[in-house]
Design a protein around this ligand. Sequence first.
Ligand SMILES: *Cc1c(COP(=O)(O)O)cnc(C)c1O
Length: 428
Amino acid sequence: MNYENRLEFAQKMDEQDELKSYRDKFYIPNINGKQTVYFTGNSLGLQPKSTKDYINTELDDWAKWGVEGHFLGTNPWFAYHEMFAEPVSKIVGALPKEVVVMNNLTVNLNLLLISFYRPTDSRYKIICEAKAFPSDQYALEMQVRNAGLNPNDAIIEVAPRENERTIRHEDIIAAINEAGESLACVMIGGVNYFTGQVFDMKAITEAAHKVGSNCGFDLAHGAGNIELKLHDWGVDFACWCSYKYLNSGPGGVSGAFVHEKHCNNTDLPRLAGWWGHDKETRFLMEKGFQPIKSAESWQMSNAPVLTMAAHKASVDIFNEVGMEKLLKKQKTLSGYLEFVVDDISDKHLNKVEGKWLEIITPRNWEERGCQVSVIAHGFGKELFDKLTEEGVITDWREPNAIRMAPVPLYNSYEDIYRFGEILTKAIN
Ligand SMILES: *Cc1c(COP(=O)(O)O)cnc(C)c1O
């Protein structure tokens, strides 16, 4: 792709964009009466204009039917979660029975670890990436402590090498091989939240299985962003949130994946509740937990229908578009942002003077999704503040990192061009 940092170029790209009509299906926030350049779909995705209707349908049914809405509502609540199996399985590359929508992300991560991190005297180690998202770090720490183990001994963190920004795959594989028979589980963020690096989940899963370990991924930054083939890759378990790339609203409901090969194993340890119990006998309210032979058996409670309605609004959009088109635009869109950042850094800044913009996200498409993370050398938070004042919504991490994620559903090439203009002013 021959990119140009010109408005006409960006507008031409938008004109040719097969997804251009989708931008109008979302509310784009304004600052000071001006439409923002919204690059934080990796943190909180924007609201589809259809979301209100989806929630109102459930509120109206509740008003109209009361408890009978469980069976007589437009989307009977007793089976509300079942509507997600098919469309969400397509987003993460799974079989419908391998996917369930429930709870929130860290809750699901803990539930799955209870099943898939089963330390024994000899096999008790768990591999994760260094500087994992803090919630994941805390979850792993306590899973290990609760098993009576010492985190310093049981948790192996794979870090970037000295003077490098991202983690080398060969180092993850080497750590797996080195841990060998002492390895109980690998649990890595499929897309690193800070650098945007996408890990080779297929290779990691294969390596973990070779030494007899389970392997799972936190896909908070993966679901709805990158190509996932959880079933084919043989991943044991995974979970993700719906409020980042999946645009389902703050604190929205999470998703979980359990590979088919484990779904039929009713002996697998897990926490239980009535919603995971065999549907035929659930309402007999009798003793003896009989797990459903699907990922649904990890459910404990009945569905939080109002937040799920918001999720449904978004999932229907994903289903209509399909991941293939999103992935295609995601590549050219993030490539354009990369180009514009490089162009501005080259033209307006000077590395020798200690001022430059360093893209730390891998540059090859296989190793990144929407997100482009930039270290603004020689700048501080005032740069971020200037960008925000001018209506660019990004994510700032101290001391000088900007994370941006133009997303294919609602971001445009012109967004990126406008960002470039504002950035140029802000650094000069
Ligand atoms: C966003 C994110 C979370 C957030 O967890 P919640 O339980 O939804 O609050 C956890 N892990 C990762 C990797 C994330 O990116």
